[in-house]
Design a protein around this ligand. Structure first.
Ligand code: GDG
Length: 467
């Protein structure tokens, strides 16, 4: 087995103390890193006055991590700046929220170069290198410039925008050209892959060969569709476990016989929270019969709080939730419970299980793991209903959910009405089909698909078009 080097902006090592409380990605990557004696490299999240390239090695639950601190200016320009204020909004189709500043580009290039210089001595001849996400698009090219001839793969966790949006990025060409340093470039869905292919065909005159191999300027990459999953069996077990069960009971008691609709999202404008609240408000206006009988629990831990657009969306949600509760609450009923904090995964599993409806309505999402977690946590005998945005990558695999246009308050209200009254047999039928997919195309499946494309010598390559 070849050694794997994973590179991502932040490193999320497995925890020895709380093995049940880590995300599927951590579990999956850790398995391969442990088995291949690999390294997980990235930013520590910490600051240093002056970048030295000092690597902090640690071993956690058998996984070696290697992290570096960054300068405040790096964090401002690379992370808060180009990654989160330019690429994130643009790649989520929100050009008007994207900020284009040369200083951000400089910081992004600088940090990617620093990552490459620091990582270079750690790479041995046969290592496989796997770079993750929009923070690090140019890293492969920086490594090639330093003589790295290893197989290098890149996986994008967020959407790839349509070509006509992509060209609004002043340095779009340079950024996309740098992807040709990779051997494999992975996307969650055919839609994102097609947008990428449209771009390279129209803007770069690249040649598209069989199996989405793309050749430009003498370099060939292979674009693959590889939808990420969760550790579904483990999550289902967690939802059946004691912590989740205690939480489910607490929720049931506090619901007092009312049907719970649940949303769980990082507080981010891509998740469609404002539109969701307005859709729920529409339901309450239209359906007086549901008053006192339902409530929406929205868990939304704050994220990227130093970015202004995130402060604005938080303020807007504070005001919307106040408006909804002000208008509809009674002395005994609060229709919207809006919570700005996070909970441990096993507690979350109990919350999902207590819910009659999972409301997942991002305006754009690369995949969306909450949709899959909600399904995995349900009780097969009495499963809740998933209401899912058409514009989440997950919709490509989860057609048995009640699919909605997340921009339409009417569609959200109608879907909630349908979900709340769906007969048991239909709920079971839809859930079984969703659960089969979530179990089959889980996070280890995703990892196996990508690794097979990255290292075709090692494993016979399975079909990559299952989604
Ligand atoms: C990016 C892409 C893609 C949320 N609140 C709590 C909590 N969470 C966990 C959820 C879920 C994860 O965070 C969020 O994952 P998503 O996939 O929904 O969204 P992003 O963070 O935007 O992730 C996305 C993903 O990368 C993977 O490729 O699917 O499209 O945007 O696991 O459960 N976890 C805990 N407490 C919380 O309160 N423990």
């Amino acid at each position: 087995m070849k050694r794997l080097i994973v590179v991502s902006n932040r490193v999320q090592p497995p925890s020895e103390d709380e093995p049940g409380n880590q995300g599927g990605l951590t579990v999956a990557l850790s398995t391969v890193l442990r088995e291949s004696d690999g390294i997980w490299f990235g930013w520590s999240g910490g600051e240093t006055e002056s970048f030295t390239g000092h690597i902090n090695f640690q071993k956690s639950a058998g996984v070696t991590t290697a992290t570096v601190d960054l300068e405040p200016q790096d964090i401002h320009e690379y992370y808060d700046g180009f990654a989160n204020r330019t690429l994130w909004p643009l790649f989520h189709y929100r050009v008007s929220l994207a900020e284009f500043e040369r200083g951000f580009v400089d910081g992004y290039e600088r940090v990617n170069t620093r990552f490459a210089d620091t990582l270079l001595p750690l790479i041995a001849k046969d290592d496989l290198v796997w770079v993750h996400d929009y923070h690090l698009i140019p890293l492969g090219q920086r490594l090639r410039e330093r003589g790295v001839a290893n197989r290098i793969g890149f996986f994008l966790h967020i959407p790839w925008p349509p070509m006509r949006l992509m060209v609004s990025l002043p340095n779009h060409q340079e950024l996309v050209e740098s992807l040709f340093a990779y051997d494999v470039v992975g996307f969650h869905t055919h839609d994102w892959l097609e947008s990428f292919i449209d771009y390279v065909r129209a803007q770069m005159d690249a040649t598209i060969g069989e199996d989405n191999t793309v050749t430009w300027n003498g370099r060939t990459l292979r674009a693959v569709v590889c939808p990420i999953g969760i550790d579904a069996q483990e999550f289902a077990d967690t939802a059946n476990g004691p912590v989740a069960e205690a939480m489910r009971q607490r929720m049931e008691e506090s619901a007092g016989g009312r049907a719970m609709i649940v949303g769980v999202d990082r507080l981010d404008y891509s998740k469609g929270l404002q539109e969701r609240f307005i859709g729920y408000e529409r339901l309450l206006s239209q359906r007086e019969d549901l008053h006192e009988k339902v409530f929406l629990l929205q868990i939304a831990p704050p994220s990227r709080e130093s970015v202004q657009t995130y402060q604005e969306i938080r303020a807007s949600l504070d005001s919307l939730s106040g408006r909804i509760n002000g208008e509809f609450s009674s002395v005994e009923w609060v229709p919207l419970r809006y919570v700005n904090k996070g909970y441990p995964r096993d507690v979350l599993a109990g919350v999902y299980r207590a819910a009659k409806v999972g409301l997942v309505t991002p305006l754009r999402d690369g995949m969306n793991l909450v949709a899959k977690e909600f399904v995995a946590a349900q009780d097969p005998a009495d499963p809740g209903v998933l209401v899912l945005s058409n514009f989440a990558g997950a919709a490509a695999q989860m057609g048995q959910a009640v699919l909605v246009n997340p921009y339409s308050p009417e569609e959200i209200a109608d879907a909630l009405g349908q979900a709340l009254t769906m007969p048991l047999a239909e709920r079971q039928e839809r859930w079984r089909a969703l659960m089969d997919t979530v179990l089959e195309q889980d996070v280890m499946w995703w990892l196996g698909q990508f690794m097979a494309a990255l290292d075709p010598d090692e494993a016979p390559e399975p079909a990559l078009s299952a989604a």
